[in-house]
Design a protein around this ligand. Structure first.
Ligand code: APR
Length: 250
């Protein structure tokens, strides 16, 4: 049996429609901590104290301190080889259609030049009005690092701004959900850098396989879905995708 990277490259060379579903592991090589890995964010912080509407209602200052820290960290980071290769596939004519659904809120796929990124969990660099005031759109871009005032205020009503991410217990934005479900009609789907434990994102891999796609996990560690997919490449994304890209260009 040939190496998994060779099998993936072979499948990609015949594919017309390709979809990638990505998670925090893709940004690990850019110095952004994952959530559940050894130095993961949820090892030192409690999600229920920082990433829920209830936590924000209770203590918006602390929640904003944490998101401001992550914005600052990400603003100093750079896309890595995995981001670059996926961006290249999104811009090239290699595939009839390439779609990228990301759980990441760091914007590194976009900064790498990826076209048509579907943000399943929103963005660190978008905000909304906590009061959902009449004058404000649901979300708008805000890349100020640092904010001139903490916690940041809504320019429309003077109330609190909230981070433009999807918190635990909140619904996936309908436009992102429907675009993601459309993207599951593909020939090859790569599930890259996610522990596949947070739903509904974690359910996308099983659905894309059910629809007949050849499904591949890229993750140095086994996850809950590894055994149920067609192929698992047990390597960091920046290494595995670099090798696959090399094989595609041989
Ligand atoms: N390349 C590929 N995968 C990697 C790499 C790497 N270089 N480094 C780590 N990983 C893998 C880890 O083995 C782990 O399985 O990435 C995965 C990261 O998992 P999580 O930290 O759970 O992140 P993710 O799956 O994206 O979390 C899902 O949970 O906290 C919420 O909203 C948040 O979007 C996030 C969601």
């Amino acid at each position: 049996m040939s190496r998994p990277e060779v099998r993936l490259a072979e499948r990609l060379s015949r594919a017309r429609r390709v979809t990638a579903i990505t998670g925090a592991g893709v940004s690990a090589a850019s110095g952004i901590p994952t959530f559940r890995g050894a130095q993961g964010l949820w090892r030192s912080f409690r999600p229920e104290e920082l990433a829920t509407p209830e936590a924000f209602a209770r203590d918006p200052g602390t929640v904003w301190e944490w998101y401001a820290w992550r914005r600052e960290l990400v603003s100093r980071a750079r896309p890595n080889r995995a981001h670059e290769i996926l961006a290249g596939w999104s811009r090239s004519r290699r595939f009839e259609r390439f779609a990228l659904v990301t759980q990441n809120v760091d914007g590194l796929h976009e900064r790498a030049g990826t076209r048509g990124v579907i943000r399943f969990h929103g963005s660190l660099f978008e905000v909304g009005c906590w009061n959902a005031c009449r004058g404000s759109p649901r979300r708008w871009p805000d890349e100020r690092v640092p904010f001139p005032e903490m916690p940041p205020r809504c320019p429309h009503c003077g109330g609190l701004l909230r981070p433009g991410v999807v918190w635990f217990g909140e619904a996936i934005p309908p436009e992102a959900l429907s675009a993601s479900l459309d993207a599951l009609d593909c020939d090859v789907c790569l599930v890259v850098g996610t522990s596949s434990v947070v739903y509904p994102a974690a359910g996308l891999a099983a659905e894309v396989k059910r629809r007949g796609a050849f499904t591949v996990e890229v993750n140095p560690e086994a996850t809950d879905v590894s055994a149920s997919l067609d192929l698992a490449i047990a390597a960091p994304a920046e290494v595995a995708l670099d090798e696959v890209e090399r094989l595609l260009n041989v």
